[in-house]
Write a protein that binds this ligand. Structure first.
Ligand code: 18C
Length: 259
């Protein structure tokens, strides 16, 4: 649980590498990451969020929002996966070398610039959905964490997160190619809960559960039929979260636990 006093900006700064802190994007990264963490940790509150997918521990909520006639429905998903940590979850989501393994909407991914170990600039071209035009995106991605070695309880602020947020890159102007530029703001956050039964002995994968929150706002950037779009994300978001978490489980099952 966060108090209104939790200074996420300060916590994010403390975790960041010097190369990230020195970059011209840093003030924006800090602002967006803090805002994303704050809203990801907020409950669903009353009204507005409607549950549209439920599958075991995985729940997905959306708010129907249109801007200039385009569907930009914010999504909020929660999930719990036994056997992985928040750090492992965010590691595989952040680093480009794994992306083709799990990202099913991808046509191509390019690292435009590796600003630092914890901040990377990407250009991605996504698969085309008929009858709409193909989409691309340019965004920064930042990996952060708030450590809490002593008290890994649900209400401590510890967590790992990767935030992706659109940015204009002069090297890749929007609609420069044949794609329509999409605009996204996404957070994947993981908190590791250790079973009290593991106290005083070596922790096994059976003792850990990762509490996951994934929030996304994607603006399709140009015309796309609302009904097709809503059908696409209803299919793609659950597919992503199931496939990606299964991937992390598979990759880590025989590795030492990284808390
Ligand atoms: O967060 C995710 N992935 C990250 C790393 O890639 C990153 C990227 C997010 C952008 C995803 C948007 C892709 C839209 C492209 C079209 C979809 C192609 C489907 C292909 C089917 C085979 O943060 C995981 C992302 C999980 C997938 C989310 C899908 C969201 C759909 C939103 C629609 C946007 C425009 C669609 C174009 C018109 C369709 C009628």
């Amino acid at each position: 649980v966060q108090t209104p006093q939790t200074n996420w900006g300060e916590l994010i700064r403390a975790a960041a590498t010097n190369a990230s802190l020195k970059h011209t994007y840093w003030p924006e990264i800090e602002r967006v990451v803090a805002e994303q963490i704050r809203s990801a940790r907020m409950g669903l509150g009353k009204g507005a969020w409607q549950l549209f997918v439920e599958d075991g521990e995985m729940k997905m909520y959306r708010r129907e929002v249109e801007e200039d006639g385009l569907v930009v429905d914010p999504l909020k998903a929660t999930h719990q996966v036994k056997g992985i940590t928040g750090r492992e979850l965010c590691h595989y989501f952040f680093y480009p070398e794994y992306r083709y393994d799990w990202e099913g909407t991808l046509e191509t991914m390019n690292v435009v610039d590796k600003i630092a170990e914890d901040t990377i600039l990407f250009h991605q071209i996504h698969k085309r959905i008929w009858p709409a035009a193909q989409r691309d995106a340019t965004f920064w991605s930042h990996l952060t964490h708030v450590p809490d070695e002593e008290n890994k309880s649900e209400d401590s602020p510890h967590m790992w997160a990767t935030v992706n947020s659109s940015v204009e890159l002069p090297s890749h102007p929007p609609n420069g190619g044949k794609q329509v530029r999409i605009y996204l703001t996404i957070i994947l956050m993981g908190q590791t809960i250790i079973s009290p039964a593991a106290k005083g002995r070596e922790i096994k994968r059976d003792d850990i559960t990762c509490k996951i929150t994934y929030c996304a706002v994607v603006n399709p950037g140009g015309w796309a039929p609302s009904s097709v779009l809503r059908a696409v994300y209803k299919r793609e978001y659950p597919k992503f979260l199931k496939r990606f978490t299964a991937y992390v489980l598979e990759k880590t099952k025989n590795l030492p636990i990284k808390l």
